[in-house]
Design a protein around this ligand. Structure first.
Ligand code: RIB
Ligand code: CA
Length: 308
């Protein structure tokens, strides 16, 4: 039985790879894709999500959502994703988005699900997921797990204190951490282990495959090396959240109490991850700590090669 999932995303170069990994993995049954602003404006992230799914021949509905966080506004990282959100890698135009709004579509999917049936994957600012659960909290009982690429226990990648998704909407992330649903966090410390290098791109490209694999390699080749990680390559963030569900044996996790800092100071969006039980707070998340990076990239290449 494949696992029913929803993905909330802001494509976004790494979001594209994550969506293709999910579509190439028979362990997962992708039922809905919702889109927010973040890496680029909602108009771009929505068009990108449709193009990404259409290139894979997928008819999974794509529904637009938040063009701003619960408070403030989104600002993207054009240095990584460029103004078009896909680092300038052109994809054929995709199908038109489905009607409606993300939070409503997520709630409709949850209402139609059984107890603890649906897994929600968040690889964007958490606005859409938070709006869905905050306006109908009882639907949390239909959620099996929330998997989020967000946060860091060390330095951030958007501000010194905060990772991009958490910094973009810390209030929304807090809503998810308090929803009473099992949450798995894939933080920057985990994704730093999924370091994209020219050798790893070449190994994926050598598998042959179709247009999705080729576009994925073109996208991977455009992202600049990470200064934060010493310039040897760049971390592949969002696909790690998908891989956790496809191949959990590649990971180790640790329960931890996680708090998100709000306010308007320099710490806004910081995730305080208590991995060592130094506070009295009960753990509210499982935090992914280690990754078998070679196993991850072998899985990624194998699944991309299955796509058209
Ligand atoms: O910090 C990495 C996260 O922010 C990823 O989801 C990336 O796509 C950006 O949205
Ligand atoms: Ca993303």
């Amino acid at each position: 039985m494949s696992r029913p999932i929803l993905i909330d995303c802001d494509p976004g170069t790494d979001d594209a790879i994550a969506l293709w990994l999910a579509l190439g993995s028979p362990e997962l049954d992708l039922q809905l894709v919702t889109v927010s602003g973040g890496n680029a404006g909602l108009d771009r992230t929505l068009a990108n999500a449709s193009a990404i799914l259409s290139l894979a021949g997928s008819e999974v509905p794509v529904v637009p959502g938040a063009d701003r966080p619960l408070m403030g506004r989104f600002t993207g990282d054009v240095r990584v994703h460029a103004a078009d959100g896909l680092a300038g890698v052109p994809l054929p135009r995709g199908r038109p988005p489905a009607p409606g709004l993300a939070a409503d579509a997520i709630r409709t999917a949850l209402r139609g699900a059984g107890p603890e049936e649906l897994t929600l994957i968040g690889i964007a600012p958490a606005t859409n997921l938070a709006l869905a659960l905050a306006t109908e909290p009882a639907l949390a009982s239909r959620v099996r797990e929330i998997v989020l690429m967000t946060g860091a226990w060390g330095e951030g990648n958007w501000t010194p204190a905060a990772e991009f998704n958490a910094a973009s909407d810390p209030e929304a992330l807090s809503v998810l951490l308090m929803a009473g649903v099992p949450v798995t966090l894939v933080t920057l410390e985990l994704t730093a282990q999924a370091l994209v290098t020219p050798e790893r791109i070449s190994a994926i490209r050598a598998r042959g495959g179709g247009a999705c694999l080729r576009a994925a390699c073109d996208i991977l080749a455009t992202t600049p090396p990470s200064r934060r990680l010493g310039g040897a390559g760049h971390p592949l963030h969002d696909p790690c959240a998908i891989a956790w569900l496809v191949a959990p044996a590649l990971f180790s996790t640790r329960p931890a109490a996680v708090l998100v800092e709000g306010g308007s100071g320099p710490g806004r969006g910081r995730t305080h991850v208590d991995r060592w039980g130094r506070t009295s707070a009960d753990p509210n998340a499982a935090v992914a700590e280690t990754l078998d990076a070679d196993g991850f990239f072998a899985l990624l290449g194998e699944r991309l090669a299955r796509l058209p």
